[in-house]
Design a protein around this ligand. Structure first.
Ligand code: WTA
Length: 661
């Protein structure tokens, strides 16, 4: 064992609590635990008063609301700031032009090649956003229309999102790592009118085609009238006459002006849709609306990251996920900070890329995922020592529970034992951070997301719906509405109710397991539904299974999560073949390729196990609990198997699993 590992192990064994740093506290937005407690009590005793105050402070409204909240969770229906009017791009851009932020960097973009750097001041970004909004207008995009965005992490992506908000069009971003089939189903679900994509993606030193996938998707997307293509990777693409056009050509057209009147939107007008996986069938289009989402993004960015005017805020997520929406784009720009956008990956061209960027741009706030930390940890601490990290003042983590070893490594080698780590629990559905420390206030325990933010009425419930005792595991629930909460599942009020409000009446159910310790700290334990969290990305087992079953050789499939040292969880699939099909390495490779094509590379099973049959109850339900144990090579105790139709199936699978090693 190395000295570093020794140190981590011994520090963890102490069960130590890490006090928040004193340095910086004087300037922090929240300076003491008492302030937090007071705000929390205010938000619980008078939620409407609390949120009205926050919305007033943080957001520029065209017209103030008539009522703060209209809510009936039994329907469910939630409306915040009813009657209020605002425009999101005005909040992120225009309002910073009239004070001294006009010439300040809004976005610093670091492309994958080291020399590819672009900086947009607030004025420049405003002008580009207006120009692109005018391009969209010319293409017929109006308030309420859906615009699909399938782009790599280039500045055009931020511009496109903001341009949609300028017009009141609804953006629906699809992560560029998703396949043509995944893009197609998401476009079809929301009937997008326009698609914005790029010729290709630069990744790990290679140019990977993207427009080709878009073309494939568009073969069966009749709603899309126009496809705008950003030139990024110098890849030849086919441009369909009458449908496709180049971003750069459209933007430089003579009739495109750099001013565009912002649409004044109702607080409850739809702002964006973002698809995410749940336990059932196809991904859900999570709907967020304008006033509440913005208030919540700004509130959380300010409190959790202590975001100030002079910060360089770097969130390493992709804009294709909610983390990117809230903490690369809307949160930081709404507060007038400088946000850093990075196109590349942590390991290319070498595992010190993150730290090099921190030094290069003097990053002060750094927000990443446990999977990235674990991957970098394996590469060795020497990479962190090559660069000056002294500009950092705050570290963050998101996406999955951070294991204490990764927390300690982050704390010791990046934070140099001085910086707070905010472990932030939240979801696509919550719009912004829900449970997290306040950086200069909350004492930290490695691995705990600590305490709920003001306005977040979090608790742990038993199956029966009673509050669990301290340290008793149960269902995390949120009992009061908050402004950033989802307003629906696009096109499906039934799914909205069923997925989130069914388990406990009138209470939001995130489907996460957790416990609360004697100090009231929350310790997250992972998903309780059939969602696998691979490198912080949510994948529904149902999606993977239906992709596998779509292959002609597959009769039946079951996918479960398997513990993985870097990814957190990996996909483990049990596959039963058609009687005519033969098990072979070629077929195995073909099936993995098939899942990549149906969903995307992140969903590719790490392991496929041939299963002559699957363990089912007499009523035909697959016993996933057993499959999860087999995948993890944990054969000790399968619990109650008396309801299994044929218990010998389990022995057979155990034998095959043991052979795999
Ligand atoms: C998990 C990402 C523990 C959780 C913002 C949640 C976490 C799901 C944490 C949402 C954390 C996210 N600690 N678990 N700090 N952050 N999760 O929608 O299971 O991509 O339900 O949103 O990730 O993933 P999503």
């Amino acid at each position: 064992m190395s000295g570093m590992e020794d140190k981590i192990t011994s520090l963890l064994a102490e069960g130590k609590v890490y006090p928040p740093p004193e340095q910086g506290r004087d300037q922090a937005w929240v300076k003491s635990m008492d302030e937090y407690k007071e705000a929390y009590a205010h938000s619980m005793n008078d939620p409407e008063g609390y949120w009205a105050q926050r919305a007033e402070e943080l957001v520029t409204w065209d017209k103030k609301w008539d009522r703060v909240l209209e809510c009936d969770l039994s329907i469910p229906e939630v409306k915040w700031f009813v009657g209020g009017k605002l425009n999101l791009s005005v909040n992120c851009l225009d309002r910073h032009l009239i004070n001294d932020r006009r010439n300040k960097a809004a976005i610093i973009w670091q492309g994958e090649p080291e020399d590819d750097v672009r900086v947009y001041t607030y004025q420049m970004l405003h002008d580009e956003v207006c120009r692109f909004a005018n391009v969209l207008k010319k293409k017929g995009v109006k308030r309420g229309d859906r615009v699909a965005i399938y782009l790599p992490m280039v500045p055009e992506m931020a511009i496109a999102l903001l341009a949609c908000t300028r017009l009141g069009a609804v953006h629906s971003v699809v992560f560029a790592g998703f396949s043509a089939a995944a893009l197609q189903s998401r476009i079809e679900d929301c009937h997008a009118k326009v698609l914005i994509t790029a010729d290709g993606v630069l990744r790990g030193g290679k140019a990977i085609p993207l427009k080709a996938s878009a073309d494939e998707a568009l073969l069966s997307c009749p709603s899309v009238e126009c496809c705008v293509v950003v030139r990024r990777a110098a890849i030849d693409v086919e441009m369909k006459e009458g449908r496709d056009c180049w971003w750069h050509r459209e933007m430089s057209a003579k009739d495109i002006s750099s001013f565009c009147e912002p649409e004044s939107m109702d607080a409850e007008d739809m702002l964006f849709i973002l698809y995410t996986s749940g336990s059932t069938g196809k991904p859900k289009g999570v709907v967020h609306t304008t006033g509440g989402y913005l208030t919540y993004a700004l509130h959380t960015a300010k409190w959790v990251f202590d975001l100030k005017d002079n910060d360089i805020h770097w969130c390493t997520a992709d804009l294709g996920w909610i983390t990117g929406h809230s903490y690369i784009l809307y949160g930081p720009l709404g507060l007038g900070a400088t946000t850093l956008m990075f196109e590349g990956v942590p390991s290319y061209p070498s595992p010190d890329r993150f730290w090099k960027i921190v030094e290069k741009f003097k990053v002060s706030i750094f927000y990443t995922a446990p999977t990235a930390i674990r991957a970098l940890m394996r590469e060795g601490v020497e990479h962190t020592r090559k660069w000056d990290l002294s500009s950092l003042r705050l570290l963050g983590s998101v996406g999955e529970p951070i294991n204490p070893e990764a927390w300690m490594w982050y704390y010791l080698h990046i934070g140099k034992e001085k910086l707070p780590i905010v472990d932030t629990w939240w979801q696509t559905e919550t719009g912004g951070i829900m449970i997290a420390p306040l950086p200069y206030v909350t004492p930290l325990k490695p691995g705990a997301a600590t305490l709920p933010l003001p306005g977040v009425d979090a608790a742990i419930f038993t199956e029966e719906g009673k509050e669990a005792s301290p340290n008793e595991g149960g269902h995390l629930v949120i009992r009061k509405p908050w402004p950033g909460m989802l307003r629906g599942v696009f096109g499906s009020p039934e799914r909205y109710k069923k997925a989130y409000f069914d388990r406990y009446p009138n209470i939001y159910d995130p489907e996460d397991g957790a416990r609360r310790d004697e100090d009231g700290y929350f310790w997250m334990m992972g998903r309780l539904d059939d969602v696998i969290n691979v490198s912080g990305h949510r994948l529904g087992t149902a999606e993977i299974e239906s992709a596998l079953v779509a292959h002609e050789a597959v009769a039946e499939a079951a996918a479960v999560g398997m513990p993985h040292p870097v990814k957190g969880q990996a996909v483990f699939a049990f596959v039963t073949l058609m009687s005519w099909a033969e098990e072979s390495d070629e077929l195995l490779a073909e099936l993995r390729q098939h899942v990549r094509k149906e969903i995307g590379p992140i969903a590719t099973p790490d392991v496929i196990l041939w299963a002559p049959s699957l363990p089912k109850t007499r009523s035909g339900k697959i016993m996933r609990r057993i499959l999860r144990k087999i995948a993890a090579s944990d054969f000790a105790d399968f619990g109650d198997t008396s309801t299994l139709a044929d218990p010998s199936v389990v022995d057979e699978l155990v034998d095959t699993r043991k052979k795999l090693g």
